[in-house]
Design a protein around this ligand. Structure first.
Ligand SMILES: [Fe+2]
Length: 255
């Protein structure tokens, strides 16, 4: 992929085929001049058991000359997604139309290092089945954070979860989800804080919370412009980002 002028950054799709297919066509129409058009997907893409969603999307993306680079979320079937069939750590030189980025994957665009670090905790994991609808590999580990930080700083951080530095309006924790999982979620966000304090991004793009917002947060290394995207079926699920100015030029309309 040659260095793009504009890319799409998208939030959760949850295997929603109608949404994903319609939106890929809308994006392609809105940004006809990028060949290929790169879609940076922030996770909960839709690798689900016995689902043909990834194959259908890969086919459509290939037809539209779109490259979808997914930073994996929590609701992904890791044993399937984390295989050579989908996984990549060198997206710029990967010609596949759909790839899942290995944690810690970096690339260089417009004078900036971009870094993808997938993973989050499924808040509703007590209502899911291990190995069927919940996979423990979803969680970013301390060892992974250490390794990623030791590889150096990055200007643009792409993740599924976000640190506690971003103040989100999450509402009360549902009783049925349990205190243990709540703590696990908070700890994961703190791990993201640690990641960000180490890699010192200026921009942070993420999904997971199913709400759109933009915030400038102050960290020790300086200001970080955070953007969270909403989910499938909603407006602000994706935006067209100018990779030089790092401004969003267009946001997705409702359907
Ligand atoms: Fe999600």
């Amino acid at each position: 992929v040659a260095e793009p002028n504009r890319v799409v950054v998208a939030g959760d799709w949850h295997g929603n085929l109608n949404w994903a297919m319609s939106q890929l066509r809308v994006m392609r129409d809105l940004v006809p001049d990028e060949d290929p058009l790169v879609v940076i997907h922030c996770g909960d893409f839709g690798w689900w058991p016995n689902s043909s969603f990834p194959d259908h999307i890969a086919d459509l993306a290939a037809n539209l000359n779109v490259r979808i680079w997914v930073t994996p979320g929590n609701h992904e079937e890791y044993p399937v997604m984390h295989t050579p069939r989908w996984l990549s750590d060198d997206p710029v030189n990967d010609s596949r139309s759909l790839i899942a980025l290995k944690r810690g994957t970096r690339w260089f665009w417009c004078g900036r290092t971009w870094l993808s670090v997938g993973g989050a905790v499924s808040a509703d994991q007590t209502q899911r089945l291990l190995g069927r609808s919940w996979w423990p590999e979803e969680e970013l580990t301390d060892a992974e954070v250490e390794k990623i930080i030791s590889a150096g700083i990055a200007s643009v951080l792409v993740t599924h979860d976000v640190g506690t530095v971003a103040s989100l309006d999450l509402g009360p924790w549902p009783m049925g989800w349990g205190e243990v999982v709540r703590r696990r979620c908070v700890n994961h966000r703190k791990r993201m804080d640690w990641l960000a304090s180490g890699v010192q991004p200026r921009y942070w793009l993420h999904g997971h919370y199913h709400q759109f917002y933009q915030q400038t947060v102050k960290m020790l290394h300086g200001d970080v412009k955070v953007t969270g995207l909403s989910l499938d079926g909603c407006k602000m699920n994706w935006g067209v980002l100018n990779v030089e100015s790092m401004r969003f030029e267009i946001f997705s309309p409702v359907k």
